[in-house]
Structure formats: structure tokens, C-alpha cells
Design a protein around this ligand. Sequence first.
Ligand SMILES: Nc1ncnc2c1ncn2[C@@H]1O[C@H](COP(=O)(O)OP(=O)(O)O)[C@@H](O)[C@H]1O
Ligand SMILES: [Mg+2]
Length: 306
Amino acid sequence: MSNIILEVKDLKQHFKINRKFTVKAVNGVSFEIQAGKTFGLVGESGSGKSTIGRSIIRLYNPTGGEVLFNGENISGKLNSTQNTLLRTKMQMIFQDPMACLNPRKKVLDAVAEGLDIHKLYSTSSERNEKVYNILERVGLSKEHANRYPHQFSGGQRQRVGIARALIMDPDLIIADEAISALDVSIQAQVVNLMKKIQSETNTSFLFIAHDLSMVKYISDYIGVLHLGHIVEMGSTEEIFKNPIHPYTKSLLSAIPSPNPKMEQKRTSITYDYNSSGIDYSKGSKKLIDGTHFVLATDQELDEWAN
Ligand SMILES: Nc1ncnc2c1ncn2[C@@H]1O[C@H](COP(=O)(O)OP(=O)(O)O)[C@@H](O)[C@H]1O
Ligand SMILES: [Mg+2]
């Protein structure tokens, strides 16, 4: 038995803008996520990260490729079982999950929304108990249940967002820039909370971010996305120890060092796709080591090795 929760195979998401122009936001992306593991997806703004998340959870209909969730193909026409599986066992957390909520709705009802939609309780006291339990698991308390979104700090709102997802007992949580808007110290707290939850529940995470600094602490595997292509992918250790692609190197060079002496010496490497001479459509996936892949031609691999 495989323990792969999510398998994304050659996913393509193209947006037709007009008769002449199509944005190839995601252009042949493949990766998988194992049960209880976190896959970090990083890349600059506009690289296609959100589109991947949205295609997986079927806010879009994929242009091409396949997505298997718990072995079910969820990229084509969905039957009602698949639809329910997708709406319950896969959850998404956004940058500010409460910004899109009704400001007049109490946290109790915001967190219970998934339970309400899918009628996952028999009495209202059972429903509310579930909410109180989840609030405690994310570091809030029963008292928070009767408050309104504006009464929470950014970090607390993100905890509510996690609670909303977690109450569905999901197999996969897609966190799209979920901590990007928070202060660095709060970011660390939320990342630690996600890790704690993962160790308790074995939930898998697709963790989307535009830089590598927090991704390092939460991810088991990392995919580096640029212009709709995963240019490099591997275990977190491999990506940090042995980055191959110039774009990966530039992302790594942008991480500030906590050590002031090191930080003084840090030089950031810029990567300009237009002048690099690299054409992603020409490269193919080259195995570096174990699960470490780079999108490159043979010639590029030789050049980067020198
Ligand atoms: N609904 C859409 N229609 C047209 N273009 C889109 C749409 N959504 C995203 N794009 C384009 O696709 C590219 C990737 O966007 P996105 O996935 O939001 O990137 P990221 O999340 O990495 O910042 C961008 O060029 C963006 O303008
Ligand atoms: Mg985005």
C-alpha cells in the first residue's frame, strides 16, 4: 500500500486572455505528497503557486494533467462521492482567512461552517463542543468562540483559519501564503502550531510561500516554482545543501542569516530569466540524487556544475 495522499501529474492550467494570448500559469507540474509530510512550494510572485493550489482543490478546472487524492482522480468530472471527499478531506488556508468572512459572524459559527454544510453532527451541543475542542487545539480557548473577527490579532486569526480547516479532520491542508502577512515571530508560532498538529493528526500539508525562510522549518520536500515550471525539487536538506538551478540559488541567497557576521557577508544572487539563456521548455527532469530533480538540458547541467 502506498501512503501517497496527493499525486499531481503534469498539471497544466492555462488562462485564455483573448484570441491571441494565453497565460500558461502552470505548465506541466508534477509532485506528490506522502501522508503526514509537508511539501513546500516556493517561487516569486506570479510563478503560479496559488494557481496550483486552486487547481488541486478544483476552484479551476485543470487544462491538462491529473490530480489523484487518496488514489481518486479529482481532476475530471467529479461524482458526488469524489466531490464530498474533496470538500471535506482537503482544506485550504489563506493569507487572511477571516478577511473573507462575514464580520458579523462569531468565530463559533465561522469555525463550524464546514460541519454545518456537511451536517457532521446530530445536536447543536455536539457541534459547539467540537468547535471548543478545535479552538483549544490551535491555542485559543472556548471564550474566543463568541467573539467576532475584528477582535483578533493577525496571529489569532490565522489560528482561527487553521481551526476552520482542522475541524473537517482533513487529510491535506493547502496553506497558501498563510503566514506571509504576519510578523516573523508570529510566523514561527504558526509554523510550530502546524507542525504540532501534523504530528498529532498525520495531516499532509502543501505549504506555499514566496521565500524559503519558513519553508525550511516546515517542509520535508521542496519544489521551486518559476514561470509555471518546477525548476528544482528535492528533500529540504538536498535543496539547502546542494542547490543546482540558478533560480534556486538566487532564492537561497535571499534568506537573511540570523547570525550578524554571516549576514554581513551574505551576497544575494540575482537571477534574470530573460538574460539567462535558459529555456524551460527545452529542459527535462534530470535526477541528481534520490528524489532530487532539476529541470535542465544536459548542457545546462554541465555549465552549472562548473
Ligand atoms: N484567473 C486568472 N486569469 C488570468 N490569469 C491569471 C489568473 N490567475 C492567475 N493568473 C496569472 O497566472 C500567473 C500565476 O499567478 P498566481 O498563481 O497567482 O501566482 P503566485 O501565487 O505564485 O503569485 C500570473 O501571471 C497571473 O497573472
Ligand atoms: Mg499567490
